[in-house]
Design a protein around this ligand. Sequence first.
Ligand code: FES
Ligand SMILES: [Fe+2]
Length: 419
Amino acid sequence: MLTVEQNQRLTQVGAGTPMGEMLRRYWHPIAAISQMKDRDTLPVKILGEELVLYRDLSGTVGLITARCPHRNMSLVYGIPTECGLRCAYHGWLFDENGQCIEQPYEDTENPEGRFKDKIVTPAYKVAELGGMFFGYLGPDPVPVLPPWDLFVMDGVMREVCFAVVPCNWVQIMENSLDPVHVEWLHQNMRNYVMDKLGTPEKKRDRQSHQKVGFDVFEHGIVKRRVLEGGTEQEEDWTIGHPVVFPNILKSGSAGAPAFQIRVPMDDETTAYWWYRCYTEVSGVPIKPQALDEIPYYTAPVPQLDPSGLPQWDVLDNNSGQDIVAWISQGAITDRTHEHLGRSDKGVVLYRKMLEEAAQAVEAGEDPMNVFRDLSVNRIDLPIEKAKLRGRAGNMAKGARSGNTTKYSPILKELDRAAN
Ligand code: FES
Ligand SMILES: [Fe+2]
């Protein structure tokens, strides 16, 4: 249970707040590169800031405040030039550093005035990795963008799925430190949904948790479990899978590992990225894509409509079930009334790590996973070959109705090829 003040400290993401400053020490995904293939600008909301990602005619990519500092027209409507983005309203031109480099009328009427030199709009660093654009909103010096394994592994087929989830990012992360919910939300509730959908054959056996464990390792927390009938010799316990501090879950299986990355858009909204790598799909050969051609798609988000029936067809997969759990906790869940039990020890550990990281930043130190120099070009993270006892190691089949892969264009295509 937290006080009102502790809950605010935990959940606020704006500039100048403890967690907002902590989160500003990390690179965060802001778009799939393929999203920029047919467009010049893209609105990006992150950590309470409204930005625009753009590519100018020379190929330079910039990330600047969306609101034009002249009279506030959105630069999402901006026009790319050879060396920046020009506001559509009166033609002021900005480079990737946010510097205004042209003001057509001002330059004509008063060329000696150099008014433009005084105009600098907030601009942030952008980098590319694994087919994603990442943004860094923190202070200099800019840290290294970490090469987490899935972003750099060879010979895999990738896809990027996205959703805007209307709740605070911490309650989403807490779900990743809460293994016991799997047997209830993703087995018990799922079975209820299957009955509602008239597809009882798709029910899952409930596998109850006998033991859950959480270990801090150099990049975050590894979570482990022993399920009913299982032993501590199985990979669910010996390997487990990690939460990479502060906001990435590595999940899936050896056949289709995925990162689930939760990037706060503001205190009450989270950008959710599923970044999945297929290493095998039902015997169909894998065709790795060019990094700018990784398919991007969106997942539906259940709507809470107290007067309507639940949307059973959106609730038939893990992601839909998880999202409805998070958003029904409230946009920023009230932790002054919770009652944590033994199953919540991972949640308690994660909150403690967030607080320690915020304090490190307040003390002028780097929190976990901020790298200043890196001698490796790939950071490997553990994952079980088969998540959950008795499930197939190759996620390809099992994953289809399991989560957002239900909506995957890649799997639809591969299914067609296989049949
Ligand atoms: S509002 Fe952008 S140039 Fe005037
Ligand atoms: Fe879940």
